[in-house]
Design a protein around this ligand. Structure first.
Ligand code: 4AD
Ligand code: MG
Length: 465
């Protein structure tokens, strides 16, 4: 007998009146006095459950009467059109086997009532059972697919970059150590400093903050490459946008400028959003009814507007002339705080924006120095409600300037010799960016906190399982 999933039924891939077998969990159940049970089951493949009808003449009907929300079952029955209008299909069931009961049903954490996001964060291992997390997970999967699809179609090569590294690629110092040293007996050298020579890799090692530097080595050979993986930041940022472990898409291309990657960043986000609007209708509808009633208009509007490009200095001028009391004084050299980003995106431009050419002191050592010697060829893409979603730049391809930037920032040149090699041997102009995957999902779904997007979020003092 054919084993089917709920999405196959709703996608009209199963012929009506055929016998099917289905595995799932109980979302709801109701038993009528006349000896008929109506059970909604879900299997993760679709936002809507499917109603299963069971009559009392089934051999184990006494078990059916004991079923509660969360039990796992397998059923066999006939797929029929529903006589009621609430749903299109139902399954007339002649066999049911209970695979897993629920201990203490009254205490089941995922009861059928509505739960708050905060509440669900206390049961990370069970929350995938909710409609909400199911929806986010399916959309995330489609975003992943769309992203690779776009890159494959446009001839980018996927390169896995290392997760364990000895380099701080952003030069920002917010890295997690990777070590097998005995924490209760750390070896020290004669200067009293930790002796990393005795550690697993023979040198100080970390979880990567970005795959960019190693990706550049492949861009300088294969032209158009990308990497997608987890990245780690030990920043003490307790906001709705920051995770200590997040996924980043990084694209790097040779023979390319800041302008080229700015255009590319808009293209890929629009491709992904178009794909989601086309393929995730039922999940977007759920979000529309539950939490973001403008979701369709919001995404359609994003597609219809061209992203505004603006220079950092012009953004500073707009903020200086704004009739708003910002908490910090606006002046050249400052980094934008979320109040500034919000003003520019939501109040001034009413659209996504790309800010370019930041002062060099705000950005990493590898960004290309502009002719004014004060700014670098950097770009940040800011989205409404979220703020920065992409950070990128044209890379410094001139060996001497790169070396002097390393010196200026007090970074150890000898650790970057291999990186400087890329400038010694056939250097090319190249550029790239990193896109925060959870922030993109947050924008698409309208769910503000990335803790509700990431399956098992890691944040400061929070590392469940
Ligand atoms: O701007 P960032 O730090 O850029 C880089 O790491 C570059 N090396 C990327 C590149 O050019 N290849 O990070 C890129 C993006 C940000 O715009 C943001 O969307 C996301 O990564 N991001 C975070 N997302 C969640 N939690 C955090 N703590 C994040 N930090 C950055
Ligand atoms: Mg950034």
């Amino acid at each position: 007998m054919k084993v089917v999933s709920i999405n196959e039924i709703y996608n009209n891939n199963i012929t009506i009146n055929t016998n099917i077998k289905m595995f799932g969990w109980i979302r709801n159940r109701r038993h009528s006095n006349s000896g008929i049970s109506f059970i909604d089951i879900y299997d993760g493949s679709h936002i809507n459950p499917i109603q299963v009808i069971i009559k009392k003449n089934i051999v184990n009907y006494s078990e059916v009467l004991k079923l509660t929300v969360g039990c796992s079952i397998v059923i066999e029955g006939k797929l029929i059109f529903s006589i009621k209008n609430q749903q299109k299909y139902e399954i007339y069931t002649y066999k049911i086997e209970i695979l897993g009961w629920v201990d203490f049903p009254n205490n089941y954490p995922i009861s059928s009532k509505k739960h708050t996001y905060e509440n669900l964060r206390t049961v990370l291992h069970l929350r995938p059972r909710t409609n909400f997390i199911g929806t986010i997970s399916r959309i995330r999967n489609h975003v992943f697919h769309a992203m690779h699809n776009f890159l494959y179609k446009n001839n980018y090569y996927w390169i896995p970059t290392p997760i364990i590294t000895s380099l701080d690629s952003e030069g920002a110092g917010s890295m997690f150590h990777v070590s097998t040293l005995d924490m209760n007996n750390i070896p020290k050298n004669k200067h009293g400093i930790v002796d990393f020579k005795k550690d697993f890799f023979g040198k100080e090692s970390f979880l990567t903050v970005s795959g960019q530097l190693t990706l550049e080595s492949y861009a300088c050979a294969m032209k158009k490459v990308y990497t997608f993986g987890p990245t780690f930041r030990a920043e003490n940022s307790n906001t709705t946008r920051h995770l200590s472990e997040f996924w980043m898409l990084e694209i790097e291309q040779a023979f390319s400028t800041l302008e080229d990657i700015s255009v590319l960043s808009e293209k890929i986000i629009k491709f992904i959003i178009k794909y989601i609007l086309k393929n995730c209708d039922s999940d977007l509808n759920f979000l529309c009814n539950q939490c973001d009633k403008n979701i369709f208009e919001r995404l359609e509007q994003f597609l219809s507007l061209k992203i505004v490009h603006i220079d950092y200095v012009d953004a500073i001028n707009i903020l200086s002339n704004a009739k708003v009391n910002f908490q910090s004084t606006v002046k050249f050299g400052m980094d934008f705080l979320s109040e500034h980003e919000k003003y520019l995106v939501d109040n001034y431009f009413h659209s996504a924006i790309i800010i370019k050419n930041y002062p060099k002191n705000l950005k990493a050592f590898y960004m290309r120095l502009n002719d004014d010697q004060k700014t670098v060829a950097a770009m940040d893409l800011l989205l409404p409600n979220i703020g920065e979603i992409i950070g990128g730049s044209q890379r410094e391809e001139r060996k001497e300037i790169l070396e002097s930037r390393l010196l200026e920032l007090g970074l150890q040149k000898k650790s970057y010799e291999w990186y400087i090699d890329l400038r010694r041997y056939g250097s090319v102009p190249h550029s790239g960016f990193g896109l925060g995957f959870e922030r993109l999902i947050s924008y698409i779904t309208g769910i503000k906190n990335v803790r509700d997007i990431m399956p098992f979020p890691r944040t400061v003092k929070n590392n469940f399982c």
